[in-house]
Design a protein around this ligand. Structure first.
Ligand SMILES: Nc1ncnc2c1ncn2[C@@H]1O[C@H](COP(=O)(O)OP(=O)(O)OP(=O)(O)O)[C@@H](O)[C@H]1O
Ligand SMILES: [Mg+2]
Length: 785
């Protein structure tokens, strides 16, 4: 029986990377060249070939999902090897019970002792053991059973400090932006004193003060935030030689994936662990020790979180032994791409070639030319979503081997998922929003929908409770409790209590005024229901409640994203008005409920993946759609004026293109709603940078190159005439009519509600044993005669 070697599935350069035993090694290579594969095989090789104890290996991945996948792969590699050694046959040919036993032995012996995870998960484990040895400059103490505070815990703590303990004006010192500043400081490795030193103005000094109290509070709660999980180990390693020496001895082989996206504090941790704090390279002892990092500077996309790809470029300087042949001994380049067709790869290479800030490298295809890349120009964002979903349906239908899980839709910002989710849902195609929430599940969308619901139906107490103090208007929890208790005792809807000023003054005391104002806001818009359009009410509510203003004032990435989502809901209302000819808020709300109805989704694990380009790093899919390829969206507005930001956006586009294995589609809309207005959109600069011969356009003609690079684009704000509603169907529906639905099968109408444009129907589908209420203008139904 021939022994299969771990090295068989690797090319010569990968093999070199895997076999390199001690000392530093940097693997730089483009996307899909097998960096992650080399890293995984290297772990297996260290254990099998060099008898390294798995407990001496530390491997850092970018996400928890990547860590899980890496462990599974290593387990598989070992199990394959051992099946050959012990039974002389491949793992797949073992009896299932035998295979399970073998895998569980591999798990116990190899996988469990390995340390594979993200920076945060790995270093929180170290702190679980050693945090009591950490000496805080102000004498704060933490114990091993510390809690890790999530983002919402942290937010409320900082809010409390800003408004209650330090009595600061929370419009000037918005808790979220204060939080962001503190997080930044920790990522730079700054104490409160350092922060004050670097930002000696009033704002800097005040934030440093909040930072100080915040650390006190964290310690009082025996809690740490995410940034502390990195920053405290750095300090601990610097101040306690014994602790550092212990972990330095313990982890003799350190491996880091996606090294281009590490930040300075993370680098510092890796450096300390590897060198035991020794600053002189000539004194480093590499016996039975290695540091192995893999990365691609062209895929560095987290600058906004402090990632710095010069860390990758300086690897040899930091760890190399400085010998004349240092370069070749400490760096391996992988030059073949195994993932994508030659066409996709040529497009990626041509695009990234436009960046000036990069290390030249070669990335050759190993696969055949494949299909051309298709670029679709849609009239607007809904037509774009329809094109994408139609293409997915067509490809899935054509080939029995293709499943929903083979498709990914990648976009620049989360808000863009909405039209795609709507169309997928309409066709009952299962999908998952990776690393994010489905549009209608997002907090801000639920908040704003709760406002709309409360205006339409003030008896909806759940909605009222959701927004009564959102944005904060000084109505505390105890007041809210009193109000709800009163409603419960009298057995009346909360609104009945709220709308009675006498009761409010009785129950709410000092908070009576904001409660009354809140009620007046809702009442005012409730009275407008008959005459005002949904968009007018939405706009009015967003303005009068201060919701949007509150988001804008926070001035953080996250708040901006939320504001974009809220505006996207406004777009949905605008679109609904135009297409359905019914501008009422009630009609829009029922449409929203239908759109977010989970019943329309099929069960099963095969799902179309929707995600931002950032979340797609490291992943691969047979078919990829890169959507919203428009100036100002991708590249985003900021990048139009800033050459460095434009290069980061281009790297993001390179990441997106290189996720595709077989087929790649681009799409853009010639008109898109931005902030409610229809605006003419200009195709992305990136499209014009792709070789024309690789691209098939749906409309003849070339993609115009946008104006000179870096200038802001004149975008027309005049809305164009709208095409006729796409979904309107003039069909008449009556009780007893028979129809067919692609997912629910055949059924007959049991009720017809409303008339004309506002009709909805209840349909009994015997096949699924359920009755569904459908909007015949939207539902994909076919009348049967
Ligand atoms: N030597 C090889 N022979 C055949 N296939 C390979 C080889 N090396 C890698 N692959 C395959 O190529 C694809 C890309 O590999 P991998 O994910 O390791 O690349 P990567 O360099 O980490 O990509 P990224 O930069 O996107 O993270 C995977 O499907 C992998 O199984
Ligand atoms: Mg990878």
């Amino acid at each position: 029986m021939t022994q299969v070697s771990l090295l068989d599935a690797l090319n010569p350069s990968q093999r070199q990377a895997v076999q390199h035993f001690c000392g530093p090694l940097l693997v730089v290579a483009g996307a899909g060249s097998g960096k992650t594969r080399a890293l995984t095989h290297r772990i297996a090789h260290l254990v099998r070939q060099h008898q390294v104890d798995p407990a001496e290996i530390l491997a850092v991945t970018f996400t928890n999902k990547a860590a899980r996948e890496m462990k599974e792969r290593i387990e598989q590699l070992f199990a394959e090897q051992e099946a050959h050694e012990q039974f002389g046959i491949p793992l797949a040919q073992l009896e299932p019970a035998q295979a399970t036993r073998l895998k569980s032995r591999v798990y116990q012996r190899i996988i469990k002792p390995l340390w594979v995870g993200t920076f945060h998960s790995l270093f929180s484990q170290i702190l679980r053991l050693d945090i009591e040895k950490y000496q805080d400059p102000k004498g704060r103490k933490w114990t091993r059973n510390f809690s890790i505070f999530d983002e919402s815990d942290v937010q409320s703590l900082i809010k409390e400090i800003v408004t209650k303990q330090l009595n600061l004006d929370d419009r000037k010192f918005d808790p979220k932006s204060v939080r962001y500043a503190i997080s930044n400081a920790k990522n730079q490795g700054w104490t409160p004193a350092d922060l004050e030193h670097h930002q000696p103005n009033f704002r800097g000094r005040t934030i440093a003060q909040v930072y100080e109290v915040y650390q006190d509070q964290l310690a009082a709660n025996n809690g740490l935030d995410f940034d502390d999980l990195i920053w405290i180990p750095v300090q601990l390693f610097r101040q306690n030689e014994q602790v550092l020496a212990y972990w330095h001895q313990r982890f003799r082989h350190i491996l880091v994936d996606e090294y281009q996206d590490t930040n300075r504090t993370q680098y510092e941790l890796i450096r300390l662990l590897t060198t035991n704090g020794e600053m002189q390279k000539s004194k480093l002892n590499w016996q039975n020790r290695s540091i192995f990092v893999v990365g691609d500077a062209d895929q560095s996309i987290y600058k906004f979180r402090g990632a710095d790809f010069t860390i990758l470029m300086e690897f040899q300087e930091a760890f190399g032994d400085g010998l004349p042949d240092d370069d070749t001994r400490t760096m391996v380049k992988l030059e073949e791409n195994y993932r994508s067709t030659a066409t996709i790869l040529q497009a990626a290479n041509a695009l990234i070639d436009n960046n000036t800030e990069r290390i030249e490298k070669v990335l050759k295809p190993t696969r055949s030319q494949g299909d051309p890349i298709f670029c679709y120009q849609a009239d607007d964002e809904m037509a774009e979503a329809e094109f994408v979903v139609n293409a997915i349906k067509r490809l899935e239908n054509k080939d029995p081997d293709v499943s929903w899980g083979d498709f990914a839709i990648l976009y620049r910002t989360n808000a863009q998922s909405r039209p795609f989710e709507e169309v997928l849902m309409r066709w009952g195609i299962p999908y998952i929003v990776v690393g994010g929430q489905r549009f209608y599940d997002r907090k801000e969308i639920k908040d704003v929908v709760a406002y709309l619901r409360a205006v339409v139906n003030p008896a909806d107490s759940l909605s009222l409770l959701r927004i009564i103090n959102v944005p904060r208007r000084g109505i505390g929890k105890s007041t809210i409790d009193k109000l709800t208790q009163a409603a419960a005792t009298l057995n009346v809807p909360l609104w009945e209590i709220l709308s009675d000023e006498t009761s409010i003054h009785t129950l709410a005391g000092r908070s009576a005024k904001p409660v009354i104002q809140f009620v007046q806001l809702l009442e005012h818009w409730h009275q407008q229901l008959a005459q005002a359009k949904a968009t007018e009410i939405l706009e009015g509510l967003l303005r009068d409640s201060g919701y949007l203003e509150d988001l804008k004032a926070q001035a953080t990435e996250e708040a901006e994203e939320r504001a974009r989502n809220v505006m996207e809901l406004y777009n949905a209302a605008r679109q609904f008005e135009e297409e359905q000819g019914d501008p009422s808020l009630e009609a829009f709300l029922s449409n929203v409920s239908l759109a977010s109805d989970l019943d329309n989704l099929q069960e099963g694990s095969e799902k179309v993946s929707l995600m931002t380009l950032h979340s797609s790093k490291g992943l691969e899919f047979p078919v990829v759609f890169l959507v919203g390829m428009e100036q100002g969206l991708f590249p985003n507005f900021r990048a139009l004026e800033d050459p460095a930001a434009l290069e980061e956006e281009r790297r993001l586009c390179y990441v997106g293109i290189t996720r595709a294995r077989e087929q790649l589609f681009f799409s853009y809309a010639s008109e898109r709603r931005l902030y409610g207005n229809r605006e003419a959109a200009i195709p992305s600069l990136f499209l014009s940078e792709l070789p024309k011969e690789l691209i098939e356009l749906d409309k003849p003609g070339a993609i115009p190159r946008p104006l000179s690079r870096g200038t802001t684009l004149p975008i027309s704000a005049t809305p164009k005439a709208r095409p006729a509603a796409r979904h309107s169907r003039s069909e008449q529906w009556s009780i007893g009519d028979r129809l067919e639905h692609p997912q629910f099968g055949r059924g007959h109408i049991t009720h017809v509600f409303g008339s004309g444009e506002r009709v909805t129907i209840a349909v009994k589908f015997p096949g699924i044993g359920q009755q569904k209420i459908l909007d015949p203008r939207i539902a994909p139904i076919q009348k049967l005669n």
